[in-house]
Ligand binder design. Sequence first.
Ligand SMILES: [Zn+2]
Length: 468
Amino acid sequence: MITPATRHAVENLCQRNQAVILDFTTERLHIAAVEPLPQEIIAALRFAAHCAIDVEYWPPARLEQFRQEQGHPSSGHRTDITERNSETATERIDHLLYLAIEQRASDVHIEPQANDLRIRFRVDGVLQTVSPNGSDNGNALLARLKIMASLDIAERRMPQDGQFTLTLRGKQASFRLATLPTGFGEKAVVRLLQSETQSVALENLGMSLTSLRRFREALARPQGMILVTGPTGSGKTFTLYSGLSSLNEPGRNLCSVEDPIEIPLPGVNQTQTHPRNGLDFNRVLRALLRQDPDVIMVGEIRDSETAEIAIKAAQTGHLVLSTLHTNSTTETLTRMGQLGIPGYLLASALKLVIAQRLVRRLCPHCREPAEALAHFPRALWPGTVQNWRAVGCEHCYSGYYGRLALFELLPITAQLQNAIAAECSHEQLLALVHQQDFNSLFVEGLHCVNRGDTTLAELNRIVGTDDG
Ligand SMILES: [Zn+2]
């Protein structure tokens, strides 16, 4: 007979080592894990279970799917959890954040519900519910997170945000925490800013050769502005970091003003804004300009004042990289006008605009060819596009695994420069852009669909149905 204490000990060991129990009898414990378990863990399991141990190795996605299907893992017969709450919360948060990194999550949501706590991970842009732990205590988890991010634990009625860095099983990762009071208590969203696994090399962005060449040409200029645009979570900051790190050599002074510093780059002077202490983008940017910079990265242009200083810097011998929250490259041109930048200033400073999106990547193990599509305007796509079906298998989540970036690059040519200086309308600029050698996000996406990297449905979900 397996006692509750034995079961509890075995479950704990499995959970700590990313393993799941498939079957547990008095003769045999059958488990699945992603990586070979160290001998001492097997020995500990054998000691705890008093029986033979069989281990199967599964792909991470299959293991995660199994956990989800199991729903609430049988929580054994836990007693006296409350007196260990602080310790449990610390371990639980470390474990959750570790799992989040393992599963490539971008955000962790901890949400109090009417009767329990819901925990969800955003993976490849979609939220997935994580099997809750029977003993999860929302208040304790929130308190632990707040301590880590140096927030006020007693304050539960106002939203707060902060950052922290953690070493999880030897790997350093930084996180941003945002809390918000809701009807059932305080909820938290933890965003994974950077883990050591990401590489910021230009070649790894996934740009086409033409786009990469254009990006490099703009980066090689001694002065001017490069803008990357897209909605939140489209990877634009990552593109900026890749550009910045390609210029990172001892002969240049690179500085950045960011909110927050997402990836620490050795050799770059990164400054974080602290609006509460009066240290905002404008103030840091003004101070940076007195620091003899060559390249300046401005995390985001949010207001007229920042736009104005950034444009002036780009005209006075500095290369300025920044992001703007717009939907397309052409919309960026008009948006800068709305921020009060006169056309002639923008025309002389701006060198390149990049728009980008992230689409889910089809799982190569289970994708299936669908019918070829031929309803696109000839100017957009002559001939047919091979479409694909997302099926789903043990290697992926619902037919997709990971994401890939689509880029639309708009170099500011002499012709375009004249039109911007003359304050032409958005329609006139758009017409001019389409006369240039220009691949829109949608056409870039069609190439990816045709290659079998994503589906038309996914492209429509992220980019929209037309070429606007
Ligand atoms: Zn698959």
